[in-house]
Design a protein around this ligand. Structure first.
Ligand code: NI
Length: 409
C-alpha cells in the first residue's frame, strides 16, 4: 500500500531540524520511501492525502509510562508520593484484572494516538493484555513487566514477576510485525533487593533484553540509598552491573554530577517526566547538566495517575519551561532540544535508528498537525509553535461546528 502526503510543511527532525515547505512524502507499507521529487509512476499508484496547511513530522515517543493507569485518572491527587503510592495506588492495582488492564490500555492508546504519540515505553503487569491492546491498535510499544521483590535469595526461580518477564519477552519481543519489543523492569531500588536486581540482570542478559527502571525519583529514595548502601541510587545500580545492559532510567531527579558521568559512561538514557515530577513534588531533574555531558534524554508522561493525561505536547512544553524558571536562565532547554527529546532521542534510547525522523528508509510513524488554528497563528516559527502553542486534542467547543449551528443556539 502506498500513501502520498501532498503539499505538507515537513519538520524532518534531521540534525539541522530542516523544515521543507510544500513537500510531498511517499510512504510504502510501513516505511518512508521518498521525501520530495516523487516520480509520476509512484504518484499515480499512491493514495493521495492533501496536507495543505498541515505540519507533517515524526510521531512522539512517550519515554516512560504505565498505560493501564488511565483507569486511575484523577483518582488520587495532591498528596505526597509515599502516601499516594502505598495508600492509594498499590491497593487498587492489587485488585485490577487482566480485562481492566486491556480496556484501560486501549483508552490510554487512544489518547496517545490522538495527541501525536506513535510509540510508548511502558512498565506494568498483565503484560499479555497490554500487548494485545498494542497489537490491535497499530501503535508501537516497548513493554516490560514491572518486578518487585525484597527477598535476599539466592533462589529467585519462584518469583512470579520474574518468570512472567521471561515468558513475556520470549512470546512477544518482535511481535505485531515488529511493533512490540520487550525489556526487563526491576521496578526501583526501594522495591527490589540488591540480590534480586542481580538476578534480573542475569536473566535479562541471557535473553539479550534491555532494562527499564525507575531511578532516584525522590529525595527519600536518594537519602535511604545513602543510608542503606552508603552510595547514591545510580552508583548502587552501577555497582550491581545493571547498566552493563542497555538501560532506560526514569526520573533521575536527584542524580549528582558524578551520577551523570556514570550514566554517560554506560550510555544509560534518562527518561525525564517533568509533569509527574512537578505534580508529586519530587523535584526538577538536572536535565541541562545531563545534556551538557552528552547523556541521551527522552521525555515521558509517566502514568495518568500522576499526570493526569498522556499528552507529549505538555511534556515538551514543560521540559523547556521548568529549567528556565527554576534556574532563572531562559537559554536552558530550547524548544528544539525538547522536541528532539520527544522524537529522535527516543529512537536512540530503543537502540534503533529508524524512528523519529522524516527521511527515506525510516519507519512511517508520522503525525499531521493542523496549523490552521488560532493558537498557531501567525506562524513565525513552527518549532516554537510546537513547543509552546500546540494543544493536543484539546479544543474549544465551537471548533468544527458550522456557523448555522452556532446561530441556532
Ligand atoms: Ni513510573
Amino acid at each position: 500500500m502506498k500513501y502520498l502526503f501532498k503539499n505538507a510543511k515537513v519538520l524532518t527532525m534531521n540534525s539541522q531540524m530542516e523544515i521543507l515547505d510544500d513537500c510531498d512524502v511517499l510512504v510504502e507499507n510501513d516505511c518512508i520511501k521518498c521525501v520530495g521529487n516523487i516520480g509520476p509512476e509512484d504518484r499515480d499508484k499512491a493514495r493521495a492525502i492533501d496536507c495543505t496547511g498541515k505540519l507533517l513530522m515524526p510521531g512522539f515517543i512517550n519515554g516512560h509510562t504505565h498505560v493501564p493507569m488511565s483507569i486511575l485518572r484523577n483518582y488520587a491527587d495532591d498528596m505526597e508520593l509515599q502516601t499516594w503510592l502505598f495508600k492509594y495506588i498499590f491497593p487498587v492495582e492489587e485488585r485490577l484484572t487482566g480485562e481492566d488492564v486491556f480496556f484501560s490500555s486501549l483508552l490510554g492508546i487512544m489518547e496517545m494516538l490522538a495527541t501525536g504519540t506513535t510509540c510508548f515505553i511502558d512498565m506494568y503487569f498483565f503484560m499479555d493484555d497490554i500487548a494485545r491492546a498494542v497489537e490491535m491498535s497499530g501503535i508501537r510499544a516497548h513493554l516490560s513487566r514491572g518486578m518487585t521483590c525484597n527477598e535476599k535469595g539466592p533462589d529467585f526461580s519462584k518469583v512470579e514477576s520474574l518468570n512472567e518477564s521471561i515468558s513475556f519477552f520470549k512470546n512477544w519481543n518482535g511481535e505485531a510485525n515488529g511493533r512490540i519489543t520487550g525489556a526487563f523492569a526491576p521496578h526501583a531500588i526501594y522495591t527490589c533487593s540488591p540480590e534480586f536486581i542481580k538476578a534480573v540482570r542475569d536473566a535479562a542478559e541471557k535473553l539479550g533484553a534491555p532494562i527499564h527502571v525507575h531511578l532516584d525519583e525522590t529525595l527519600t529514595e536518594h537519602e535511604n540509598s545513602l543510608k542503606d548502601y552508603n552510595k547514591t541510587p545510580t552508583k548502587h545500580l552501577y555497582d550491581l552491573g545493571l547498566f552493563d545492559l542497555k538501560t532506560i532510567a526514569a526520573h533521575c531527579v536527584w542524580i549528582t554530577d558524578e551520577d551523570i558521568s556514570l550514566l554517560k559512561e554506560k550510555n544509560v538514557t534518562i527518561a525525564h517526566n517533568p509533569k509527574s515530577n512537578l505534580k508529586l513534588a519530587s523535584g526538577i531533574a538536572p536535565i541541562p547538566e545531563a545534556l551538557s555531558k552528552g547523556v541521551n534524554v527522552i521525555l515521558g508522561t509517566d502514568g495518568v495517575a500522576s499526570n493526569n493525561n498522556l499528552s507529549m505536547f505538555e511534556e515538551i512544553s514543560l521540559a523547556a519551561l521548568i529549567q528556565k524558571g527554576a534556574k532563572q536562565d531562559p537559554l536552558l532547554v530550547s524548544a528544539k532540544e525538547a522536541i528532539r527529546m520527544a522524537t529522535v532521542n527516543g529512537s536512540k534510547a530503543l537502540g534503533r535508528d529508524d524512528l523519529g525522523e522524516v527521511a527515506p528508509g525510516k519507519k512511517a510513524d508520522l503525525i499531521l498537525i493542523d496549523l490552521d488554528k488560532p493558537h498557531f497563528l501567525p506562524l513565525h516559527n513552527p518549532v516554537s509553535a510546537l513547543a509552546y502553542c500546540a494543544q493536543g486534542v484539546r479544543r474549544l467547543s465551537y471548533y468544527g461546528k458550522r456557523p448555522d449551528t452556532l446561530r441556532k443556539r
